[in-house]
Design a protein around this ligand. Structure first.
Ligand SMILES: Nc1ncnc2c1ncn2[C@@H]1O[C@H](COP(=O)(O)OP(=O)(O)O)[C@@H](O)[C@H]1O
Ligand SMILES: [Mg+2]
Length: 256
């Protein structure tokens, strides 16, 4: 219940709210932008890839995503956090691969390899016409990509959208995953309605840091798990999707 002062001086309350928001924003900034990350960002600025980091779109367990501005328009900047805690959520198969790639070394280098892995996966998918944000550049723990949004606001993840044509969206999600397996030879590894953005009426796959080769011994199991996510999700929209059928439609039949 507002107190008398708030009723008499509403602008004062507004300012307090503003201050609170500013403080939260600053906390996010302090946490994400350690010295080495700041240097990495300024490197991208001096190379002309972006001019400003605007605001935080998402604070995840391993990474933060910001909207950024460049001369050519908005960008999405994903910053992998450089900390030991970042590994805790990395699935063992991915960590194994990354360790092999960097040949041991500090966790900083493993995290750079992780950002690079997502960048390379985006590149391969984008080239083959799989709907993903176009990758722009990766530098250390930073990944700069196309901003999927409208009028400056990020497009929502699938789980927050009221679908107009769930059957068609289901078909498109399956098709996107299938194209990834078939044409690129990759399994996403962490596909769920949280990692699909609904952009201009179509699903886009994001968060490709855990992709693995379709030849990997765990590829089948991961795709089965993700097929189950979508079968459950689309069942709620009245689409009778069974898990084996969804698995096949998502490219499961192309896994050796
Ligand atoms: N290219 C992009 N354009 C707009 N928003 C994005 C983009 N990439 C990520 N996001 C937003 O950031 C969130 C987290 O991104 P994601 O790659 O899934 O990172 P995390 O590893 O933290 O899950 C997404 O759910 C989405 O809201
Ligand atoms: Mg995600």
């Amino acid at each position: 219940m507002p107190n008398v002062e708030e009723i008499l001086f509403p602008r004062k309350k507004e300012r307090a709210e503003e201050r609170r928001r500013e403080r939260t924003h600053r906390d996010v900034l302090d946490e994400v932008f350690d010295r080495s990350t700041l240097l990495a960002v300024s490197r991208l600025v001096s190379r002309g890839f972006l001019s400003e980091v605007d605001y935080s779109i998402s604070t995840g367990k391993e990474a933060n995503v910001f909207r950024a501005t460049s001369r050519a328009g908005f960008r999405a900047l994903k910053i992998y956090r450089i900390s030991n805690a970042t590994f805790r959520n990395l699935p063992p198969y991915a960590l194994e691969d990354l360790r092999r790639e960097v040949g041991g070394g500090s966790f900083g280098r493993i995290i750079f390899a992780w950002a690079r892995r997502e960048f390379m996966a985006l590149k391969a998918c984008h080239k083959e016409g799989v709907p993903v944000p176009a990758p722009i550049v990766q530098h250390r723990n930073l990944l700069l990509m196309e901003f999927l949004g409208r009028e400056g606001l990020p497009s929502p993840p699938l789980h927050r959208v009221v679908l107009e044509d769930p059957r068609e969206t289901f078909r498109q999600v399956c098709e996107a995953s299938r194209a990834m397996v078939d044409r690129v030879g990759l399994v996403h590894g962490d596909l769920s309605p949280y990692n699909v953005l609904f952009h201009e009426g179509h699903p886009y796959l994001i968060d490709l840091g855990q992709t693995i080769s379709r030849d990997h011994p765990q590829a089948r199991e991961l795709l089965e798990r993700d097929a189950a996510h979508f079968a459950r999700y689309f069942a709620r929209w009245g689409i009778p999707a069974d898990v084996p059928g969804t698995f096949r439609a998502m490219g499961g039949d192309r896994i050796p």
